[in-house]
Write a new protein. Structure first.
Length: 314
């Protein structure tokens, strides 16, 4: 087990000849934690052994990708391999935490969120917004909600090309920390989300066009009861926005109307409560603060400090 500096300035930890970056460490540590929780609470986790087996498989895939990366000579191939590995790992973690959500409380806590928002607003915002629902507005909100998915690799490409791989790795790490903090929130305070907790209270359908159809497809096939507080959509979008501000201002301004609308789309589209979105933004703030600390810690482990050149370029 050794550490090495690299030409791009990004610290790598070497385990058995495999070079791991900080984002890899976050992924592998989370997989290990989820496996420990599955075993420790196996009486409350349906299919716990299968979950552990899947976690091991994903960990091996991450290690295999890291082992292959130094041998990749074509930048385009390296970009796609790295981006696919990290993005798909984060997507897997979002799905993997689903069966762990109720290990502490045994039930969802939506009633507490509803009581808090009723006290704060005097109404339930997701229900109150029904008076504002129109097909054009719904289509715009759903566009902002679903465009978040391709923004993952697109922003990475911008950072990789414009600011170098170190900037892209910083982005990956910040996204990873935000995702993992959200996953922790799902366990510490599980919330089912409006469409699972009170679907019968909505009276106005969300009619739109293509992006509305895609949004409902995601709701039906990618979402589950829970995964709500903090909102991972709001958290990841905030990280994207902050990284764009830091590394490529034109992209920041281009993203601004989309990100601001995305915050609203989370509860307009009945995916989340307002509380989820607010906590998602706050979670992203915490992830952004933790990112340089984790980078420095990983750099000390590796015997090489993280690259600061990208942050210094304008």
């Amino acid at each position: 087990m050794t550490g090495i500096p690299t030409r791009d300035g990004e610290a790598r930890r070497v385990f058995g000849g495999v070079e791991l970056r900080a984002a890899d460490g976050v992924i592998l540590a989370t997989l290990a934690l989820f496996s420990l929780l599955a075993v420790g609470f196996r009486g409350a986790v349906e299919g716990w052994s299968l979950l552990v087996a899947k976690n091991v498989g994903v960990a091996l895939a991450v290690l295999a990708s890291a082992a292959v990366m130094p041998r990749v000579r074509r930048p385009v191939v390296a970009f796609f391999l790295r981006t696919a590995t990290v993005s798909l790992s984060y997507a897997y973690l979002f799905g993997a935490v689903a069966s762990l959500q109720l290990v502490l409380h045994g039930r969802f806590q939506d009633d507490l969120v509803l009581a808090f928002e009723a006290w704060l607003f005097g109404v339930q915002p997701t229900l109150w917004l029904e008076r504002c629902v129109t097909p054009p507005l719904t289509e715009w909100m759903m566009f902002c909600y679903v465009i978040y998915v391709p923004l993952y690799p697109v922003l990475c490409a911008v950072l990789w090309v414009r600011r170098g791989r170190a900037a892209a790795e910083e982005y990956f790490l910040a996204l990873g920390l935000a995702n993992v903090l959200c996953d922790a929130g799902f366990i510490l305070f599980p919330v089912a989300s409006p469409m699972y907790w009170m679907a019968d209270r909505f009276r106005i359908p969300l009619d739109g066009a293509l992006f509305t159809w895609v949004g409902e497809l995601i709701r039906t096939h990618a979402h589950y009861a829970g995964g709500s507080l903090p909102s991972p959509h709001a958290a990841a979008a905030t990280v994207m926005w902050v990284m764009a501000w830091k590394h490529h201002r034109p992209t920041f301004w281009l993203l601004s109307p989309v990100v601001l609308s995305l915050y609203v789309s989370t509860f307009y589209g009945r995916f989340h409560y307002v509380t989820d979105a607010v906590f998602g933004i706050a979670t992203a703030g915490l992830a952004v603060v933790l990112t340089p600390l984790v980078q420095r810690a990983w750099g000390r482990l590796s015997g090489a400090g993280p690259d600061t050149s990208a942050a210094c370029r304008t």
